[in-house]
Design a protein around this ligand. Structure first.
Ligand code: AMP
Ligand code: GLY
Length: 421
């Protein structure tokens, strides 16, 4: 099978790595890829948000399956163009991708399907939004409706903060994404991520994870795309998992099918769990990054079989074979991230790291310059390891971190603290 993966971060490196473990994978192309991906696959320059260009490239390269990593091409309808061209694709249609691209759409869908989530109101006018928050209570959660690269959510502790957030969103700070605003009840509890494959009809749970969004140790400081993650999430025990499937995910999938816009791909449910009851925080229509790195380390080669079955609508017959294992990924980022950071610093020591089914250092933002690997993004490397316990996975992941020679990088030393106790 010839496979094309769209994307160029740590998530796509992990997807490529899992695909390459599987003997079914003949040719693997990743667009645009990065320096780490280039060691195991062919990287191609391609505008991955241009569905026509992707379809043409897939045709020229005899691609049998396209796996779409990030949300932007999904929201742009690349999966639709590929399906129309008769190309097998893993990833939802533009209409189904609204589960991530519009918060108001998702809230309305929760209403229609009865999925538990925070109480909310939806506004297209600043004055009405301001009148709403003036009634309290606080904290209150203010969200830009559209895609805002993880920055469109503000937890306002006071009326002044809420008013400022609303003014900022309607003032255009998030562009078109903030033209509509959702205001939500603040939920308490513990967060976890739940990943489910859906083929439009059947669903298959493929793992749980928890990530650390804040840049600083002890979960402090500004939000990032994620500084580390581990799988499984201890809070997602069998009962909570079954409730999340039955009360949230399956009703969503059924409602999408009923509307004639079936969901196909991976659905990432961000959950808030309190007293054993899960509620939906948000959906994403792709694997989490860096959660995917931990999930792929656990699934290995079977990930490709599951993705393939999902794309072909055969999930009903698919099973996951689980090991009693744990995985952790630690993000190494460029000094300054998530604020301003330098690009181009040289990373040494990567060639000496162990690479096997227990250790992989995935590349998130790297490039090659004059034969050296250099940092080319904020999040740069994902030291990922698997073990019989979370503690063992952690020790192995940090051993990888410590063997990388990159003075301009940093990481959090406390990934997994909550689960490790
Ligand atoms: P989102 O982009 O919707 O995932 O929001 C980002 C983060 O904001 C989530 O991971 C939560 O930590 C937090 N958050 C979002 N909505 C709520 C809510 N209604 N109650 C409490 N925390 C929330
Ligand atoms: N790690 C969070 C995300 O991928 O959205």
């Amino acid at each position: 099978m010839n496979i094309l993966i769209l994307g160029g971060g740590g998530r796509e490196h992990a997807l490529a790595w899992a695909a390459m473990q599987n003997p079914k994978c003949d040719k693997l192309i990743v667009a645009p890829g990065n320096a780490g991906i280039a060691e195991i696959a062919t990287c191609a320059a391609l505008d991955i948000e241009d569905g026509g260009a992707v379809a043409e490239f897939a045709g020229e390269n005899a691609i049998d399956l396209v796996i779409i990593g990030p949300e932007a091409p999904l929201a742009a309808g690349v999966a639709d163009t590929l399906r129309d061209a008769g190309i097998l694709v893993f990833g939802p249609s533009r209409e189904a991708a609204r589960l991530e691209a519009s918060k108001a759409f998702t809230k309305e869908l929760c209403d229609a399907s009865g999925a538990p989530t925070a109480a909310y109101a939806h506004f297209t006018e600043e004055a009405a939004a301001l009148a709403h928050v003036r009634q309290g209570p606080f904290p209150v959660v203010i969200k830009a409706d559209g895609l805002a690269a993880g920055k469109g959510v503000i937890i306002a502790e006071s009326l002044a903060e809420a008013e400022a957030a609303i003014a900022e969103m309607f003032g255009g700070a998030f562009g078109a994404a903030g033209a509509e605003v959702v205001i939500e009840e603040f939920m308490t509890g513990e967060e976890a991520s739940f990943f489910v494959l859906c083929d439009g009809r059947d669903v298959l749970a493929v793992g749980t994870a928890q990530d650390h969004k804040r840049v600083g140790e002890g979960d402090t400081g500004p939000n990032t795309g994620g500084m580390g993650a581990y799988s499984p999430a201890p809070i997602m025990d069998a009962t909570v998992t079954a409730r999340a499937l039955d009360e949230i995910v399956k009703p969503t999938i059924a409602e999408m099918a009923r509307r004639g816009t079936p969901y196909q791909g991976v659905l990432y449910a961000g959950l808030m769990i309190e007293d054993g009851a899960p509620r939906l925080v948000e959906y994403n229509v792709r694997f989490g990054d860096p959660e995917c790195q931990a999930l792929m380390m656990r699934l290995g080669a079977q990930a490709l079989d599951l993705i393939h079955a999902c794309a072909e609508g055969r999930l009903g017959e698919a099973r996951v074979s689980w090991a009693e294992d744990h995985a952790m990924t630690v993000v190494m980022a460029a000094e300054g991230y998530p604020g301003a950071y330098e690009k181009g610093s040289v990373i040494r020591g990567l060639g000496d790291l162990p690479e096997d089914s227990f250790h992989m250092t995935f590349h998130a933002g790297t490039a090659t310059r004059e034969g050296a690997v250099v940092a080319s993004g904020g999040r740069v490397l994902n030291a990922t390891a698997r073990g019989a316990s979370l503690g063992e996975a952690r020790d192995r992941a940090y051993a990888l971190v410590d063997a990388v020679d990159w003075p301009e990088g940093f990481c959090r030393r406390d990934i997994g603290w909550r689960a490790l106790g």
